[in-house]
Design a binder for this molecule. Structure first.
Ligand SMILES: Nc1ncnc2c1ncn2[C@@H]1O[C@H](COP(=O)(O)OP(=O)(O)OP(=O)(O)O)[C@@H](O)[C@H]1O
Ligand SMILES: [Zn+2]
Length: 944
């Protein structure tokens, strides 16, 4: 209250002059201005001086709000500059504004507002200048909306528009006879700071209510029903502004008379006015109408569903129908008094509330308080609250509590596109109506009607395409049609393609053929060409996916000629599988594209993926693996053992038959380079990207059962360490490119010039490799043998049951394992083709002279064990960052185990350094090795 005790620092002597002038215009019987003016007194310096006030209780609260408004207003007044031009404005106010003179003849809300305050004990005589400002502010708020459209504000600033015009609007809003120039400026000020503080303009105690349908119409004359009574509503479309569009354009407050403005868009023009106008929501309409007819009206409705499906329109129709006075069944009739008032935006009983403006318990309370005042003429007071998911929890709580006490004439219609964001309590108490996506056929036929009404020619296929593109949102479809209609009188498919940045079906089919044909260079060239045009990669991916779905769904039989043509190309089972595979890749690529900055690369990578990766037939489970793999990538788990999971789904004996290998020596160098290039392309960090490209090389990719074993080579140990630190990133990039889970093997291959390792190279024996662990790999004869073996790998026959093999592993080339006490290691044994042979925990006890074994995990828990390993590695073992740890995955060369298999021996894994060895028995049926000495071991067959 400090402000009250001090002089107000706004020189307003001129304002007082203006006030007196305006007062002189007023009807002497109403002392509106006098009442204000005697409250003000200026000191010698032209400053308004005030005394202190004595408020109590509620009055203090009111005053606090009051002062806030006034402070804002004060600054606005300064801005308005009642200085250089107000004289001129005053003149205009006095002499040339018939509206203003007209104002003075009516009974005013302003007056009642003033008197309210007086009644409340507000001693206006002692209010300072700031508080004075409240009256008009409150007035403008009380009366709904002043014209605060941008244009008006702009014009006002430039003084190109007479304030009197603004006043005229305000005055006509209120029908007031006691508006002063002060009021006008205040109102202007209020309109000015609407953009800054939404509360200021809130009417009804700042509750943020707007008049529905046209929102806040600018009533230029009195609100005279007779003038609009005969306006047909159903016959012609009321040119009401589209809330959403206006909202998007930031025009929330700047409303204009619906009957004065031409519709800005087709969706505005064709906004449904009755339930029967609602497309695709027949059941909903019937239900709402039924509720009205039977008088079973609830106080709380919730309309939810995707955007542009008619929720807002339906809520307005519902509100109109509730108050429609007609006895016809099809309400709203559009002709009765209530309907006319409503559709022309003058109904005081249907209010659209901006959820942002009532987003506090206090505001909701005042809204409810206001709601409880019985409606003026109609049966119901309807509050439509759009975007109600934006309301805070406390606002909801307050609203829901209040709902129990509101009188039966109050109805809240809440609208949200996102039901999940609403509190459960709200959802369960509401009468819920779900607005489903509108069917393409319905959208297309609506578009056709619009075309006819608008005098547009249209190709059915173009309208179908628009409908399909709009994802069930009629507004989106209408908006697109709107744009197309600006291009010409004929809506053709080529026009649609051009506008929407998509390619024709013919081009699309060619692209798909190319992508599936393994013609890498032409695919890249074509992809580049397309990207150079204004084709949106995301759009293109989804187009391709849709095309594939059409072919797969056999739509070709019914659909267009192109599709039929394409279907002839893809008839065999293998082709269909290929398409299914492509679809999965595209759908993953689409996700990635949405979050990627480099969409072109991702798009090209996705296309290449369709061609570069062959997969064997019958690889149905690959799908799952691939999808799982990607989701794991999201969860940051990249290197898993999906193979074992896949075994569960596969019929016995099939698992070994699905393998494909890309190796340098198989002439796949180009492909591998391209995969590596794309994988590194995805690195956010350019340093890492450069490092990986320069120092690393993708030496082979072996895909089997949805698991790709990717081998990377580095020629320096430090580089290996560095690559290891980024293994998740590398693995996830490869995962995306290859479309399946990745087992990453980062190998250390000393370069020939590195003499230090030359000896090792020759002596090392590559039986093992490991996932994410350094491997000393050499170009020894054995190594070469491995490569060639793998290269001409053909699906091998499953080994006979009970065949066993024994291996005594050679760690000669491996880095020494170091631990003082020993450690427990979870190890997966895999064949070099990536088949998981077994998984188990091995306890490696350095001090023990005897072989130790802790447990052997079951096949089913491999994945879990794998995760545990990660945990163990970092906490128990503490070896994760060291290069010399025991491998998690041990890769066995085919040549190695098959030779032992033929001897039917046990397979013994020994770790000489830890004086530990393990014996495994190969069990070919489930393709795993089970521990031959463990009671709890489980075979894959058991698992199944
Ligand atoms: N079911 C429908 N029937 C007829 N027209 C519709 C329908 N749905 C949407 N429209 C068109 O789209 C425009 C916007 O509809 P409306 O505002 O009712 O959608 P909404 O579901 O409330 O959207 P949002 O969730 O974005 O608020 C309407 O003016 C109308 O032209
Ligand atoms: Zn009616």
């Amino acid at each position: 209250m400090d402000g009250r005790r001090h002089s107000v620092d706004v020189p307003i002597s001129k304002t007082l002059v203006a006030l007196r002038r305006v007062r002189s215009l007023r009807d002497p019987s109403t002392k509106g201005v006098s009442r204000l003016s005697y409250a003000c007194d200026s000191d010698d310096n032209g400053f308004l001086r005030t005394n202190s006030l004595d408020f109590k209780g509620q009055r203090e609260k009111d005053t606090a709000d009051f002062l806030l408004d006034c402070r804002l207003l004060n600054s606005e007044m300064n801005y308005c500059g009642i200085s250089c031009q107000e004289e001129q404005q005053d003149e205009e106010l006095e002499y040339s504004n018939p509206k203003l003179q007209g104002i003075c003849g009516n009974k005013s809300l302003n007056e009642s507002c003033c008197s309210n305050h007086v009644a409340k004990g507000l001693d206006l005589a002692s209010i300072n200048q700031r508080e004075l400002c409240y009256v008009p502010t409150a007035l403008s708020s009380q009366l709904g909306r002043v014209d605060n459209s941008k244009s008006t504000r702009k014009l006002l600033r430039k003084n190109q528009v007479k304030p009197s015009e603004v006043m005229g609007d305000i005055a006509s809003h209120v029908g007031s006879k006691c508006l002063s120039i002060h009021d006008a400026f205040s109102a202007h000020s209020a309109s000015e700071h609407t953009s800054q503080d939404v509360d200021v303009l809130d009417n009804h105690h700042g509750c943020g209510i707007r008049c529905c349908w046209s929102k806040s119409p600018r009533f230029r004359e009195t609100n005279n029903y007779s003038q609009i009574e005969n306006l047909p509503l159903i016959l012609q479309h009321v040119n009401e502004p589209d809330l959403h569009q206006r909202r998007n354009m930031g025009h929330i407050g700047g409303e204009v008379s619906p009957t004065m403005e031409t519709p800005r868009s087709l969706s505005m023009k064709f906004r449904p006015k009755s339930f029967s106008d609602l497309v695709g929501q027949d059941v909903l309409g019937k239900s709402l109408l039924g509720a009205i007819c039977r008088g079973r009206i609830s106080s709380f409705y919730l309309f939810h569903g995707p955007r542009g499906t008619g929720k807002t329109s339906a809520s307005r129709i519902f509100a109109a129908a509730l108050n429609c006075l007609s006895h016809v069944e099809q309400k709203p009739c559009g002709l009765c008094r209530e309907c006319v008032l409503f559709f022309s935006g003058r109904s005081k009983n249907v209010n659209e509330v901006d959820s942002l403006r009532i987003n506090s318990a206090d505001k909701v309370k005042s809204l409810v308080k206001n709601a409880c005042i019985p409606p003026i003429s109609s049966c119901f007071k309807v509050f439509i609250i759009d975007e109600c998911q934006l309301l805070h929890g406390e606002t909801w709580a307050c609203l829901l509590n209040s709902l129990e006490n509101v009188s039966s004439h109050v109805i809240f219609v809440m609208i949200t596109p996102d039901l999940d964001k609403l509190p459960r309590s709200a959802i369960s108490r509401a009468q819920r109506y779900h607005f489903a996506k509108i069917k393409n056929a319905d959208i297309a036929s609506r578009l056709e009607k619009i075309c006819v009404e608008e005098g547009l020619e249209s190709e059915p296929v173009a309208l179908d395409f628009i409908a399909a593109k709009s994802c069930g949102s009629l507004r989106d479809a209408e908006t697109m049609l709107d744009q197309l209609s600006l291009l010409g009188k004929k809506i053709t498919i080529s026009l649609v393609h051009e506008l929407t940045g998509v390619i024709s079906d013919d081009e699309l089919l060619d692209l798909l053929d190319l992508a599936l044909s393994s013609d890498t260079s032409n695919t890249v060239i074509r992809a580049r060409e397309l990207m150079r045009t204004r084709i949106d990669p995301l759009q293109l991916i989804s187009q391709l996916a849709n095309l594939i779905m059409d072919i797969l769904a056999g739509k070709c039989e019914l659909g267009g000629s192109e599709i039929r043509r394409s279907s002839n190309r893809y008839t065999s089972e293998a082709d269909l599988q290929k398409l299914g595979h492509a679809l999965r890749i595209l759908s993953e690529a689409e996700k990635q594209l949405r979050i990627s900055r480099n969409q072109t690369t991702w798009f090209t990578a996705a296309l290449l993926q369709l061609s570069t990766i062959e997969y064997s037939s019958g690889d149905a489970n690959d799908t799952n693996l691939s999808m799982r793999g990607v989701s794991k990538r999201d969860g940051n788990i990249c290197s898993t053992s999906p193979k074992v999971e896949s075994l569960k789904h596969l019929p016995t004996g099939q698992c070994d038959e699905k393998s494909y290998r890309l190796g340098v020596q198989d002439g796949h160098k180009g492909t591998l380079d391209s995969i590596w290039y794309k994988a590194t392309e995805m690195c956010e960090s350019s340093r890492l990207k450069t490092f990986l490209r320069k120092q690393g090389k993708l030496s082979s990719v072996c895909i089997n059962q949805g698991l790709a074993v990717a081998e990377l080579e580095f020629s320096h140990r430090d580089h290996v360490c560095r690559a290891e630190r980024s293994w998740k990133l590398i693995a996830s990039s490869l995962q995306f490119i290859l479309g399946c889970n990745i087992e990453l093997r980062i190998n250390y291959i000393p370069s020939a010039s590195n003499s230090k390792y030359a000896k090792l190279k020759r002596s090392s024996f590559n039986f093992f490799s490991c996932s994410r662990r350094i491997l000393w790999k050499s170009f020894s004869s054995n190594e070469q043998g491995c490569e060639s073996d793998c290269a001409d790998y053909t699906p091998r026959k499953p080994m006979m049951k009970d065949q066993t093999l024994t291996c005594s592993s050679d760690y000669g080339s491996r880095e020494p394992l170091e631990s003082n006490h020993g450690m427990e290691v979870v190890t997966t044994l895999k064949s070099c083709e990536g088949n998981s042979l077994s998984s188990g925990k091995i306890f490696l006890n350095r001090s023990s002279q005897e072989t130790q074994r802790i447990s052997c995990s079951s096949v089913g828990s491999v994945k879990e064990v794998g995760c545990n390993y990660e945990h163990l590695a970092s906490s128990t073992l503490g070896l994760d960052n060291q290069s010399n740890c025991f491998p998690r995955t041990i890769w066995l060369h085919k040549k190695f185990y098959s030779s032992y298999a033929s001897q039917q021996k046990d397979f013994v894994l020994s770790v000489p350094k830890f004086k530990c060895s393990e014996t495994y028995r190969y069990d070919n049926e489930p393709c795993v090795l089970s521990h031959n000495s463990s009671n709890n071991c489980t075979t894959g067959a058991d698992e199944k």
